[in-house]
Design a protein around this ligand. Structure first.
Ligand SMILES: CC(C)(COP(=O)(O)OP(=O)(O)OC[C@H]1O[C@@H](n2cnc3c(N)ncnc32)[C@H](O)[C@@H]1OP(=O)(O)O)[C@@H](O)C(=O)NCCC(=O)NCCS
Length: 300
């Protein structure tokens, strides 16, 4: 009896349910939800993800009040979705699924053929039920930056604005799509936190990092896998820039042993993992072997 009463109440609530486009004014709501989940994103991180693809972000609303959100971003044939949260009291009623479906439909309408995401393991079934397939584990490491006493064994330079086009071409070989809009924005916000290594004028690797509430998030960190010393040098440059004893967070595809080895050499510890999943066509254009760190679980 109680169950029926609850169901009727819920049906009445859902009559006033809708999913609508995310607006700039929703950033504060999204930030509050992120704080409640104890995610490390800053308000600016959320604004940045919204700015990448304003038409690809959505709010679930009941009686005119926001109760959840999802974000997405398209890179030509590849799309990403993430930052899915539903307020705790409205969970297990299908809202997370409806938000994800809305983001997927948006990406498919942009002619995206592959959609990727990183799922918190406990809720991966939500995505499996929508047709997403498990791809690999994505490990989360954290550690403190160390004092750098020796010079990196490769040539490194700060990234320059005019180098972004070449950098995006190098990055696309590994990421699988051109993500100039993301690389450009990260550079624009923090040019001093972007470094590139070249060998005979060809790019051998690069690293970008940005401040979060409790430290720095490292990534993208992409290198030619034949030159792991470049990857090591780039991480050392990152530590040199942040200064000693600052917390760094890095997301690494589980099969990239070279990245895990470098991080472990600097005493980083794995603290969690997510599941990389995809929907649609298997992406044939990527080379994960050069992805030492993802840019972020919300955009790849
Ligand atoms: C993840 C989240 C958005 C799901 O929202 P939701 O509205 O509860 O999701 P749905 O009701 O559509 O769930 C659909 C299915 O997903 C799975 N699922 C959802 N939440 C789950 C949980 N906490 N544990 C296990 N399975 C879960 C179930 O299979 C569920 O079907 P069921 O209720 O019939 O068993 C919500 O739990 C949340 O905001 N969590 C905190 C933030 C987070 O982890 N975001 C996901 C990042 S990948």
């Amino acid at each position: 009896m109680l169950f029926i009463a609850k169901k009727e109440l819920w049906d009445a609530i859902m009559e006033h349910f809708c999913i609508r486009p995310f607006k700039h004014e929703d950033i504060d709501f999204a930030y509050k939800l992120n704080v409640m989940e104890q995610w490390d994103d800053t308000r600016n991180d959320i604004k940045r993800v919204f700015d990448y693809e304003p038409n690809g972000c959505f709010i679930a609303e009941i009686n005119g009040k926001p109760v959840g959100h999802v974000f997405s971003i398209s890179y030509g044939r590849l799309g990403w979705t993430g930052l899915l949260i539903v307020k705790a009291e409205y969970r297990r009623r299908g809202i997370g699924t409806l938000l994800t479906k809305t983001a997927m439909n948006y990406l498919l309408s942009c002619k995206v053929e592959t959609i990727k995401l990183e799922a918190v393991s406990a809720i991966a079934d939500l995505y499996r039920k929508l047709g997403f397939v498990d791809e690999y584990d994505s490990l989360r490491f954290t550690g403190a930056s160390e004092e750098i006493t020796s010079l990196p064994n490769c040539s490194l330079n700060p990234l320059k604005r005019e180098g972004i086009t070449q950098l995006a071409e190098f990055d696309a070989e590994y990421f699988g799509a051109n993500r100039t809009k993301v690389l450009h924005r990260l550079y624009q916000e923090n040019p001093q936190l972007c470094f590139v290594s070249r060998m005979d004028s060809r790019i051998a690797g690069y690293i970008m990092f940005r401040k979060t509430k409790s430290g720095y998030r490292v990534g993208p960190w992409v290198c030619n896998p034949e030159s792991p010393q470049v990857a090591r040098g780039l991480l050392m440059e990152c530590m040199e820039t942040t200064g000693q004893n600052v917390k760094l967070y890095v997301g690494v595809p589980a099969m990239i042993k070279a990245a895990a080895k470098i991080l472990q050499d600097f005493d980083f510890k794995q603290y969690s993992k997510s599941i990389r999943m995809y929907f649609g066509e298997k992406l044939e254009t990527e080379r994960v072997d050069g992805v030492f760190a993802i840019g972020g679980p919300e955009k790849g």
